[in-house]
Write a protein that binds this ligand. Structure first.
Ligand SMILES: Cc1cc2nc3c(=O)[nH]c(=O)nc-3n(C[C@H](O)[C@H](O)[C@H](O)COP(=O)(O)OP(=O)(O)OC[C@H]3O[C@@H](n4cnc5c(N)ncnc54)[C@H](O)[C@@H]3O)c2cc1C
Length: 400
């Protein structure tokens, strides 16, 4: 293993670390990624990969997310061609059947969060059933949203990594154990077998990122928010995503599988019956299965003919305010953080990679909307950081 000085070390090879590596390598910046686990095997492998059009807990995040969509859609064909890996990006529209007045509440919240940007077409019962006759006939009305998308997060991480390698990035199977610092600068990353000198380090450790707070002397308030999800095979095709606003439905993937779930998602986590676990836990559970399958069978009774293919579980990186943490670490030259993307890391991956590349290459980064909300500074000087993310109930807070 070379212990010569590295320009940039990225810690973590999930969809975020690999995207950062890709953007840096593409800009000609030498980059080395450390992870003792296989590429994309953390949260990334378990993510549903929705490239969201709505559903955000704050308007600034919604706006950054719409930019992130554009950046992702632009870069994916390039990364696919350079890597030879197809991350299965595909597009479809979303039908939101409503069975009672309660269904309207989260939908209206999402529309408000978009600040007038996300427009839906309102449908009566017959129009809903005309677009998807397999929906439970108890449906009362619905809404239609154009332009949803989904991508396989694991394949996307493999694609970023393969394309980055072709541009000179290196991937080393090592676990980072800490940083060495001198005169307010990062000088090396310590790992299980020694230390690698470097000029810059980027913390992309997903749900494990909180460990880096000690290394950086700076708060990186991230907790593992467990999420389970199901992938099933149904004999018929589903051209639309069907998504009841309060839960239940199915999302089509390009490989023909349908996704249902997930547990612990931001949208439903404020419902008392929702399962929220703050644990580094990869175990699928019967309770999680029940929580996901029951509402989906209600919305689409035909799913009872589906065959279960995957029941996945993984830890989402949840930041204290539910928004990503992207940017330089104040007071420690050469250190950057890119984490806390919760249930949107796949969606946000390309924009995150671009932002970190720009900070490292030029010392600043620009996005269409002010980046301030997402910078590490917002947690500066906080000894006791209260987790205020949407859906963090008192019960959850007691687990923190
Ligand atoms: C059920 C579920 C559904 C989801 N749905 C969506 C969705 O629809 N859309 C979306 O955009 N996102 C979704 N997500 C979220 C998305 O999967 C995550 O936000 C994203 O994968 C986080 O990527 P990451 O690279 O930050 O973390 P990870 O993929 O967890 O990668 C972190 C990496 O850091 C490594 N690491 C940790 N510590 C060290 C160390 N000391 N040294 C070296 N390496 C280390 C780990 O081994 C791991 O490989 C979902 C997640 C779940 C669980």
């Amino acid at each position: 293993m070379s212990s010569s000085q590295q320009e940039v070390i990225v810690i973590g090879a999930g969809v975020i670390g690999t995207a950062v590596a890709y953007y840096l390598a593409d800009a000609g910046v030498p980059v080395t990624v450390l992870d003792d686990k296989p590429v994309g095997s953390g949260c990334t492998y378990h993510g549903s990969g929705l490239v969201w059009k709505m559903i955000w807990n704050a308007t600034p995040q919604y706006k950054l997310a719409m930019e992130a969509r554009d950046v992702l859609f632009e870069i994916v064909p390039q990364v696919q061609e350079e890597s030879g890996v197809d991350p299965m990006l595909h597009f479809f529209d979303t039908l939101m059947p409503m069975f009672n007045d309660e269904d309207l509440i989260p939908l209206q919240r999402d529309i408000e969060t978009s600040d007038g940007d996300a427009e839906v077409e309102w449908l009566d019962r017959e129009e809903v059933l005309a677009r998807e006759p397999r929906i439970n006939p108890e449906v009362q009305r619905g809404a239609f949203l154009e332009g949803s998308a989904q991508i396989d997060g694991y394949e996307l991480a493999l694609a970023y990594a393969a394309a980055a390698k072709r541009k000179g990035a290196q991937f080393w199977s090592l676990k980072a154990m800490g940083l060495e610092k001198e005169g307010g600068k990062v000088t090396a990353v310590r790992h299980t077998g020694g230390a690698i000198p470097c000029k810059h380090v980027v913390i992309c450790m997903g749900a494990w990122s909180d460990i880096a707070s000690e290394w950086l002397d700076y708060p990186v308030p991230v907790r593992p928010l467990k999420g389970e999800t199901l992938r099933v095979r149904h004999p018929e095709e589903f051209p639309l995503k069907v998504s009841r606003p309060t839960g239940g439905g199915a999302t089509p993937r390009r490989d023909g599988l349908l996704m249902t779930g997930a547990t612990g998602a931001s949208r439903f986590s404020d419902r008392p019956e929702g399962i929220m676990k703050l644990e580094l836990d990869f175990e699928p559970t019967a309770a999680g299965f029940e929580q996901m399958i029951a509402p989906s069978l209600y919305v689409l009774p035909c799913l009872k003919e589906a065959e279960l293919v995957y029941h996945l579980a993984g830890p989402r990186p949840l930041s204290a305010d539910g928004m990503p943490i992207i940017g330089p670490v104040p007071g420690l030259e050469g250190a950057y953080v890119a984490t806390g993307h919760r249930n949107k890391g796949i969606h946000f991956s390309a924009l995150t990679g671009r932002i970190i590349r720009d900070f490292i290459a030029t010392g600043s980064a620009e996005t269409i909307n002010p980046l301030n909300t997402f910078l590490t500074e917002r947690f500066a000087g906080m000894d006791e950081i209260e987790f205020t993310a949407a859906g963090i109930t008192d019960e959850i807070r007691r687990m923190l």
